[in-house]
Design a protein around this ligand. Structure first.
Ligand SMILES: NC(=O)c1ccc[n+]([C@@H]2O[C@H](COP(=O)([O-])OP(=O)(O)OC[C@H]3O[C@@H](n4cnc5c(N)ncnc54)[C@H](OP(=O)(O)O)[C@@H]3O)[C@@H](O)[C@H]2O)c1
Length: 280
């Protein structure tokens, strides 16, 4: 799929490295087809030594060389780096942004030229190749382009194609979602300790339970509600626990969390778009 395309990364921090590591581990491309730029020389040296990729201290060199160019810098850096690299971007390149909350329209406005653009919202589980990534295509990106993006981000987890209008909801659910689950695991572990387990035992059991439940939903293909019914025996322990969860408003709380994060993402997107409209 990637057919020896040169993949360039501008910004080689956490997400950049996760992508590089994912591509190489999945054998989706050869390290020699990847070129990374970053402001930190040590970081680049580390990537070269660890993954065998090419490196450059110049964003412009990577922008010039790459056929697929991924911007993996912090959202607040994107405007200036786009300005810096804009001369090397044209319709021959596929440009991918992973910047959270940065609308494609803002990038298009900044570049002020026709571009094959794709926006991707991965999450922190990219670090363990279990990211949930949503991919949204800009107006000039065709199916071959989205296939390339899906292939790249499949190497760090699972992908779903969405309309860009869904990206705030994606951010509220899967972007912020790992933090919600960290709290769930932490709380379950606290509960285990309260009930007399050691911290180590409780943390292990809580974590493995969340992992196992997610794996069961995926592998069985069953609705989580059906699985919940299956494990709740009449008058048993699980239904007693579920009753307590419902009393505490667990569903309402989670829905509120995703709604609040989605709204915050919308607000931040509007602020970013306004920032992009200002002269740089
Ligand atoms: N990490 C995640 O889980 C996650 C999830 C979804 C989306 N994202 C998105 O991914 C993007 C990158 O996030 P990250 O977590 O990988 O950030 P990060 O670890 O800070 O990586 C960004 C890298 O870019 C470098 N950099 C800063 N300015 C630069 C410039 N002008 N030219 C080249 N490189 C520059 C940074 O160096 P300095 O540290 O010296 O600034 C850093 O090494 C963000 O837009 C974020 O919204 C991340």
């Amino acid at each position: 799929m990637l057919k020896n395309k040169i993949i360039g990364l501008i910004g080689s921090g956490n997400m950049g490295e996760a992508i590089v590591g994912g591509l190489i581990a999945a054998k989706a491309t050869d390290p020699k087809n990847i070129i990374c730029a970053d402001i930190r020389a040590k970081r680049l040296q580390f990537l070269k030594e660890t993954y065998g990729v090419k490196i450059s201290s110049k964003n412009t060199e990577v922008a010039k060389t790459a056929e697929v160019l991924i911007y993996a810098i912090k959202p607040q850096m994107v405007a200036s780096v786009l300005m810096e690299t804009a001369d090397f971007i044209d319709m021959s390149k596929l440009v991918i942004s992973v910047a959270a909350g940065l609308p494609l329209a803002a990038i298009e406005k900044m570049l002020d030229k026709e571009t094959r653009l794709i926006r991707v919202m991965p999450n922190i589980a990219a670090l363990v190749k279990e990211a949930a990534s949503a991919v949204a295509a800009g107006k000039n990106a065709d199916t071959a382009d989205t296939d390339i993006a899906m292939t790249i981000f499949s190497s760090i987890g699972k992908t779903v194609l969405v309309k860009e209008t869904a990206m705030d909801a994606v951010t509220g659910l899967s972007g912020s979602g790992p933090a919600y689950i960290f709290i769930v695991v932490d709380a379950l572990a606290d509960a285990g300790v309260k009930m007399g387990l050691s911290r180590e035992e409780a943390s292990f059991l809580a974590t493995q339970t969340v992992l196992g439940a997610a794996r069961l939903i995926i592998d069985s293909g069953e609705h989580p509600g059906q699985l919940k019914d299956k494990v709740s025996s009449p008058g048993g322990t699980t239904i007693a626990g579920i009753h307590a969860l419902e009393n505490g408003g667990i569903r309402n709380t989670l829905i509120n969390a995703v709604e609040a994060a989605t709204k915050r993402s919308q607000e931040l997107g509007q602020m970013t778009a306004a920032h992009f409209s200002e002269p740089q």
